[in-house]
Each structure stands twice: as structure tokens, then as C-alpha cells.
Design a binder for this molecule. Structure first.
Ligand SMILES: [Zn+2]
Length: 276
């Protein structure tokens, strides 16, 4: 499967390749109507607007650092995953979007190893049967994913942070791929870079994910960025990723659409305007 991932609703509707992913609800807090016939993506805990309006709803470390966009290594605000009102709201939004078809969940999980140590999370962990926080955080995210999946008519695709080293996803975000695989139909992993001057890291990560989740009953898709990359390089990279995955999707702006059509034609072995 080769497709695109875009914030342009018209481009998503036009369809470039086998499948289109559309940014329906983004980490900025911006929300738009879902598009039929595509995979609509919903940002779960990433919501800069909510964190700006109510900073105390952000996930927090034991040292008091909030998951806000002005904090180093955080590019957006992240709401605490046990905030009951927010959680109910996300599930409602997933149900709305999921009534149209397939849904991709983004910002699924805690925003880092040290989150969340708010009073509510501390209490819920203490009341749980979990032996450690890693186990408890995974149970929070897996339970949420199970409830989300029940609300979606189509497939559910979970986005994974690009770190396939065994145990890291669970330690970092509370994402346990084997547990999530009981509820989702596929995983999507962003492997984004500008220009892809070197590609060994992309292949290493792809191979790692194939080892970690390849045996699960879920599809595995990699996301590549398009900006600043030649068509030939993208086609070559996608061909190599195809060895480890069920699909590759290209982040695509309207201005990149012709480039991606050329890449897809090249991958399909059709005549294209790609020049060596
Ligand atoms: Zn919390």
C-alpha cells in the first residue's frame, strides 16, 4: 500500500495512491469535519489550545514541569491522559469521526517517561493493582484505546513513537504494542526527515519495528516526509521500507502532489515523469 497523508481536504478526497490519511483533528486543537473514504486522524492527548486555556490540565512531571509547547522537547501541549472530562470528550470526538470510517489515533500515550505525576495519576496508580508505573501507564492507554476502538466503524490505526527498542515505547509513552494489537487494526510509525541525505537510520528503525510488531495481527505502515526530497530518493526509500512493512504513506502538501504521483508511478512500475 502506498498513499498520502495530508491536511488538504480536497487532496485527501482526490486520492493519490491506494489510501489517503487526513489530519482531521490536530495537536494545535484545530478540529475539522472528517472526510469520507479516507483515514481521518484524531489527536488524542495532544491539544495545545486546551493546555493554553487551562495549564493545570497538562500532564506534569514530579518536578512540576508541564507538557506545554514552550517546554524543551515538547512541540505541543499534552493533556493528562486520566483527565476524566477530557477523556470523555476525546472518546465522543472519536465516535463522531469514526462514524465516517477509518480512524488514526495520534498523540496516543503519555508525553514522556516522567509523566504524569499529577495528584490524580498518583492516586489512581496507588489504588491500582499494578506493580509499577510502567505497567499502570500502559493499562491507562490500552483501556482508552479499547474504548476508542469500540466507537469506530472502520479500522483503527495507532501511531507509535519511532523507537522500536524493546520496552522503550512502554517506558516512554505507556504504549504496549502487543496489548494494543488486541484492539487496533494497524500501527503507523512516522520516520520523518528533511531530504533523507542519509537513510540508514530509516532502514534501521523500520527493521526494528518489523521485528517488534511484525508477528502481531496488525498492519505496519511507515510515514515519510516529502519536503526537500527528490522523487528518486523517495521511491528508493519506499521500496526498501516495503520489505519491512505493509504500507508507506507520504506527508503531502498540495504543492507536492505531482511529485508524489511520480513517486507512486515509479513504485508501481508505470511510466512516470521522474527523471534520474
Ligand atoms: Zn495526570
Amino acid at each position: 500500500m502506498h498513499g498520502i497523508l495530508t491536511a488538504d481536504a480536497d487532496l485527501a478526497r482526490e486520492g493519490v495512491g491506494d489510501r489517503s490519511y487526513y489530519f482531521t483533528e490536530r495537536v494545535s486543537g484545530a478540529r475539522r469535519d472528517p472526510v469520507e473514504g479516507v483515514v481521518n486522524s484524531v489527536a488524542c492527548w495532544g491539544d495545545t489550545e486546551t493546555v493554553r486555556e487551562s495549564p493545570d490540565r497538562a500532564a506534569v512531571t514530579g518536578g512540576g514541569t508541564r507538557a506545554a509547547p514552550d517546554v524543551e522537547s515538547h512541540h505541543w501541549g499534552t493533556v493528562c491522559p486520566t483527565d476524566p472530562d477530557y477523556r470523555a470528550g476525546v472518546l465522543d470526538r472519536i465516535a463522531d469521526v469514526g462514524s465516517v470510517g477509518d480512524v488514526r489515533l495520534t498523540t496516543l500515550g503519555f508525553p514522556g517517561e516522567d509523566f504524569c505525576r499529577c495528584d490524580r495519576c498518583e492516586r489512581l496508580f496507588a489504588e491500582s493493582d499494578c506493580e509499577d508505573r510502567v505497567e499502570w501507564r500502559s493499562s491507562v492507554i490500552t483501556d482508552f484505546t479499547a474504548e476508542a476502538a469500540e466507537r469506530v466503524d472502520g479500522d483503527v490505526i495507532a501511531t507509535l513513537y519511532p523507537d522500536p527498542y524493546p520496552g522503550h515505547l512502554q517506558e516512554r509513552a505507556g504504549l504496549d504494542p502487543a496489548a494494543l494489537a488486541e484492539h487496533v487494526d494497524g500501527f503507523l510509525v512516522p520516520l520523518c526527515g528533511t531530504g533523507y541525505e542519509t537513510t540508514y537510520w530509516v532502514e534501521s528503525l523500520a527493521r526494528g519495528f518489523a521485528s517488534e510488531v511484525g508477528d502481531l495481527d496488525t498492519s505496519l505502515t511507515f510515514q515519510l516526509s516529502t519536503s526537500g526530497t527528490q522523487a528518486e530518493r523517495l521511491a528508493e526509500l519506499a521500496r526498501r521500507l516495503d520489505e519491512h512493512a505493509d504500507g508507506v504513506v507520504f506527508g503531502t502538501h498540495r504543492t507536492d502532489a505531482d511529485l508524489i504521483r511520480d513517486v507512486l508511478a515509479e513504485l508501481d512500475g508505470r511510466e512516470s515523469s521522474v527523471v534520474a
